[in-house]
Design a protein. Structure first.
Length: 249
């Protein structure tokens, strides 16, 4: 009577169980690993059983987390996309404004002159409060093209629908300070320290997109003359650099 060996059956059963476990792990999204030329790679399957690379450990034990790298790449792509969208939006706005009808040469330019900012030394030196700001405003008031406006400070609670709305074509933010500067003495020709008044302003417009800064410095006892030269610089920027590109109202 011949004997039939059952050994292959005992070998096949554990093998099938291992394969079933691997398949179950892949289906449930659990991690599983493989070795390629001494490097251990760990994979994680998604809900559709697609294999996704999670991390890798080389022969020296150095581990690379692919998830962290993917997250970093995604953040970089997101920032790049936002920058491109912003660039495209600005280009679109510039294109629209460039095709819009421009103001006539003698048409008014509406300017919002922000409250004057004085440093501590200038506040102490100002004999009459608000005198320097009034001097600056008076120089603009005589101009036939530039028209100063007051920002609408109405409240929506009072039914003013224009609250927060500005019709200004240009924004001017001025400041005045007193600083010690070194100059050549006219009599001796040697350098000496002088208390100088410094006028500065930032000039901006949305259409055309312009940001410009001007400054004027002079002796503190000549601040009226320095103020005039300062306003002249601001007018040149508004009339020559910004004015031709302002859309018609």
């Amino acid at each position: 009577m011949s004997m039939t060996s059952n050994r292959p059956k005992y070998v096949l059963i554990p093998g099938s169980i291992v394969m079933a476990c691997l398949a179950l792990t892949a289906c449930t999204g659990g991690p599983y690993s493989s070795k390629v030329q001494g490097d251990k790679k760990v994979y994680r399957a998604d809900e559709q059983s697609n294999r996704a690379f999670a991390n890798e450990t080389d022969q020296d034990g150095q581990s690379t987390n692919q998830s962290a790298q993917d997250s970093k790449v995604k953040r970089q792509l997101s920032a790049q996309e936002m920058a491109e969208q912003l660039k495209a939006k600005k280009a679109e706005q510039f294109d629209i404004s460039s095709r819009a009808p421009k103001r006539q040469a003698n048409a008014p330019i509406y300017v919002n002159l922000a409250p004057l900012v004085l440093d501590d030394k200038m506040r102490q030196a100002e004999k009459s409060k608000g005198a320097v700001e009034q001097q600056i405003r008076s120089e603009f008031n005589a101009d036939p093209i530039i028209k100063l406006i007051e920002e609408n400070r109405g409240s929506a609670d009072k039914g003013d629908l224009r609250a927060g709305f500005s019709i200004a074509d240009v924004e001017v933010v001025p400041k005045v300070s007193i600083k010690d500067v070194y100059v050549l003495q006219p009599k001796t020709g040697k350098p000496g320290k002088m208390a100088a008044v410094v006028f500065e302003a930032t000039i901006t417009s949305q259409v055309p997109p312009v940001t410009s800064t001007v400054s004027e410095t002079g002796h503190i006892l000549q601040k009226a003359e320095v103020s005039k030269r300062f306003v002249t610089q601001i007018k040149e920027v508004i009339l020559e650099k910004i004015g031709p590109g302002i859309p018609a109202h």
